[in-house]
Design a protein around this ligand. Structure first.
Ligand code: CUA
Length: 338
């Protein structure tokens, strides 16, 4: 039983290494602070994984280091090593134990998944619409549309996500959960219960074209009272001023993600100084920017492409719900951008 001694020593090394690494892994801030109820089971799973990773790494490296040092070939020893036959017991052991561990982890994973999907019948519904390259949040209960996702704290929100064009992905790292937005009528669901008030950011986590990296929107988690005020303010916010309304529509329909108001060229022509100018089109002809041209460019974006810009970038399905009144408000807004 001389071998037992080696197993005990190597085992002690493995145990110490596991403890040190596991402790380090759980101390390092790999993630931003958790700010949703759904984050808890996910972070818990990560902690279990860190300890398994620490143990497996230590098991291999611990025995390796021990062997390198203790079983090093002595000077002048030219003899052959022992011939070792296979060991059925060992093989069964190292099949059964990992099998049990993996099954146990699939149980933990299934349990965490169920927890992140747990339904609260009082959840507030928000329709999330992704488009190249903007986010739009509709609160059907309150008839409010916003470019910011505003949520009351400690209340489950049921997000119904869909895309106007390509696949996008809704991801707020602090909430941990993530969900793709699919084009067509495929509405996906995601449940989030924010637990911390504060400002976060939704990022698009699916490569979706030129402005993918800038497809972000603010997420504000606030108290129920502040949320109620925000809803009331928004319901009252339909201004008498067409220019102000136009600015709101341009933001809500995502126009401003591609058309700047300060002369910067993003994806489409800037709106600054646009009104009344003459644009040269790809085929060399010119067009004056008037009401008819802007209406056509919103309803049929590919009809006249300004020289130097790409066709088929602006997807008309994004603006399907836009009304003629909203378009004329947007035109009033464009007129003021001198
Ligand atoms: Cu939308 Cu990336």
């Amino acid at each position: 039983m001389k071998q037992l001694k080696h197993f005990i020593f190597a085992g002690i090394i493995v145990a110490i290494l596991t403890a040190v690494l596991g402790y380090l892994f759980t101390q390092i801030q790999f993630f931003p602070p958790a700010a949703s109820m759904q984050a808890e089971p996910i972070d818990e799973l990560f902690v279990y994984h860190f300890w398994v990773i620490a143990f497996l790494y230590s098991l291999i490296v611990g025995f390796l280091l021990y062997s390198i040092v203790v079983f090093r070939r002595k000077d002048g020893d030219e003899s052959e090593g022992d011939y070792i036959e296979g060991s059925t017991t060992l093989e069964i052991t190292w099949t059964i134990i990992p099998l049990i561990v993996v099954l146990f982890f699939s149980f933990l994973g299934g349990r965490a998944l169920a927890e992140t999907m747990r339904v609260d019948p009082n959840a507030m519904e928000v329709e999330v619409r992704g488009a190249q390259w903007s986010w739009r949040f509709e609160y059907p209960e309150f008839d409010v549309v916003s470019t910011e996702l505003v949520l009351p704290v400690d209340k489950q929100v049921l997000l119904k996500l869909s895309s106007a064009d390509v696949i996008h992905s809704f991801w707020v790292p602090e909430f941990r959960v993530k969900q793709d937005l699919l084009p067509g009528d495929l509405v996906r669901e995601l449940r989030i219960t924010p637990t911390e008030t504060g400002e976060y950011k939704v990022r698009c986590a699916e490569l979706c074209g030129a402005e993918h990296a800038n497809m972000r929107a603010p997420v504000l988690v606030m108290s129920q009272a502040d949320f109620d005020t925000w809803i009331a303010d928004n319901q009252a916010a339909v201004s008498d001023d067409p220019v102000e309304r136009g600015r709101v529509w341009a933001q809500q329909f995502g126009c401003l993600s591609c058309h700047s108001t300060d002369g910067t060229v993003i994806v489409g022509p800037s709106w600054q100084g646009l009104w009344g100018t003459e644009e040269t089109l790809a085929d060399g002809s010119t067009v004056t920017v008037d009401e008819a041209y802007i209406i056509e460019s919103i309803q049929e974006p590919n009809a006249k492409i300004v020289d130097g810009f790409q066709p088929d970038v602006m997807n008309p399905s994004i603006y399907e719900g836009i009304t003629d009144d909203q378009i004329s408000d947007i035109i009033e807004f464009i007129k003021t951008l001198e």
